[in-house]
Design a protein. Structure first.
Length: 492
């Protein structure tokens, strides 16, 4: 493409100018998007088939002017996106990200440091080390802790439990499960409400998903007495419970397992304690909410998603291991073409030693910028605000005769049902179908966006309140919209 040095220099100047001119325009549009978010429907009005037609285009041979392409991005992509920043979005656990984190993420793309090894990202490695250190400190972990950022909670769970497997059955990594003494008797104990990714890790680790055993629960939380009983029973059968995965902020209801009591059981039994805190580990940031995760400081490993309750753009996941040596052992491997200890240094600084990823984005930058700019106090405020909004919704639902909250709210997730007069006397299946249809029509209307799940075999509505701008007024609008749709459905 370049025939002369002048061409190359001109191209560089043009690239910089493209960033400048399109960048200014893009940032203006992004700011307007955010400021005007409430004037949009929460989600696309188009059907999947209509949307598909918008994007049905052959591989472009000829380029087109940037302005045209960007205009179409705004029309087709942004115009039909799900707007997580909209205060009526109350669906999945996705954050409306903090603006400085969004900007830092853009800069991370420009710098494109790869966190695989020090020599591709010296500052990236140090920034990530610092962020991991802050997260470990916030958990109350000792100085022996180590960790890494990963793509999210699923990979964090896998990484933490891989460290657990190698700690209990050394040799699995090199010799394989079948040839490692006792490994075939391994059992992973989990909360009934654990995220599906936890069970998946057992399959991925070659232990088989049948090695996962659910522990009995009380009020939607892992019961420590049942845990102790399960460990004794399994041992009596000659099986080896090697790890317990407790949940801090379970996906369905946002409830916290009693971590401190679970830590007592794990300590007595000598079993690795993993905490899936993808949603809830962030609660350590708030003095008034920290009691929910009391005992997390005693865990052997923790999965923590800053892209949920620390309001980072995805992907930003983290795994922290109490004794860092176990994390290193989990991926014991030599790759002399990649990992180095430089002369005169006593340790290898390459972050890739501790994760299954090689090339890895500089995700630490946004978290580093955000923590330094906002400080933990700001995050505590966001956590307290969204949790208070969920409590407020619970109070409103409980006070209304046509709504029923399904559980006491602990975090910012709440499951409930709408039960107007007109559905009294309907069968359970009919009431289930009614809830599902309420949700489908609300989401299609663009007025709001919620999810559903199944609790005790009944279909329920579910909200996750991730947006600090969602307030009482929006909760009232949600209830009103559901009532209106309910009347349409019941034909009253
Ligand atoms: C969201 C979630 C996960 C999965 O995390 P990803 O970041 O989506 O990979 C795991 N566990 C719990 C409890 C979660 O809420």
């Amino acid at each position: 493409m370049f025939t002369t040095e002048t061409d190359a220099a001109a191209q560089l100047a043009a690239d910089a100018e493209a960033l400048r001119s399109t960048g200014h325009d893009l940032i203006d549009r992004m700011a307007d998007y955010l400021a005007g978010i409430e004037s949009r429907p929460v989600s696309t009005p188009l059907s999947p088939a209509e949307l598909e037609r918008r994007f049905d285009e052959p591989l472009p041979r000829e380029g087109r002017p940037a302005g045209e392409v960007w205009d179409e991005v705004w029309r087709d992509v942004v115009g039909n996106a799900i707007h997580f920043a909209h205060p009526m979005y109350m669906g999945h656990q996705i954050a409306p990200p903090l603006p400085h984190a969004v900007l830092a993420d853009t800069l991370a793309s420009l710098l494109n440091q790869s966190l695989a090894v020090w020599e591709m990202s010296p500052t990236g490695t140090l920034v990530e080390e610092r962020v991991v250190c802050w997260l470990a400190d916030a958990l109350g972990f000792p100085a022996s802790a180590a960790g890494t950022l990963v793509s999210g909670g699923s990979v964090a769970n896998l990484t933490g439990l891989l460290a657990a497997r190698e700690a209990r059955f050394p040799g699995c990594w090199t010799d394989g499960v079948a040839r490692t003494p006792d490994a075939e008797r391994a059992v992973l104990l989990v909360s009934e409400h654990s995220h599906y990714s936890v069970e998946r890790t057992a399959g991925l680790m070659g232990l088989g998903s049948h090695s996962v055993v659910g522990v009995g629960e009380r009020d939607g939380k892992m019961c420590p007495t049942e845990l102790e009983r399960a460990i004794d029973e399994l041992r009596g059968e000659g099986r080896i419970p090697f790890a317990v995965s407790a949940t801090a902020g379970a996906t369905a209801m946002g409830l916290f397992d009693p971590l401190d009591q679970i830590a007592d059981v794990c300590q007595r039994a000598g079993v690795w304690m993993h905490v899936d805190g993808a949603h809830g580990a962030s609660f350590v940031m708030s003095d008034t909410l920290r009691h929910l995760v009391h005992g997390i400081e005693r865990a052997d490993s923790v999965a923590w998603d800053p892209h949920k309750m620390l309001w980072m753009p995805m992907s930003t996941g983290a795994v922290l291991v109490r004794d860092g040596r176990h994390l290193e052992a989990a991926f014991r491997q030599k790759a002399p073409y990649l990992f180095h200890t430089r002369p005169g240094e006593d340790r290898c600084r390459d972050a890739g030693r501790m994760t299954l990823q090689c090339t890895r984005r500089f995700d630490a930058l946004k978290l580093w910028v955000a923590l330094r700019h906002y400080g933990t106090g700001h995050f505590a405020g966001l956590l307290e605000r969204t949790t208070a909004t969920a409590r407020s919704l619970q109070d409103k639902l409980a006070a209304a005769s046509d709504f029923e909250p399904m559980h006491a709210v602990e975090s910012n997730i709440l499951c409930f049902r709408h039960l107007p007069e007109s559905v009294r006397g309907w069968t359970d299946d009919e009431v289930d179908a009614f809830q599902a249809e309420l949700r489908a029509r609300l989401n299609a209307s663009g007025r709001g966006w919620i999810t559903t799940t199944v609790l005790n075999e009944r279909r329920v509505l579910r909200v996750t309140l991730m947006n600090p701008r969602t307030g009482d007024e929006h909760l009232d609008r949600l209830m009103e919209a559901l009532r209106e749709i309910g009347r349409e459905l019941a034909g009253t």
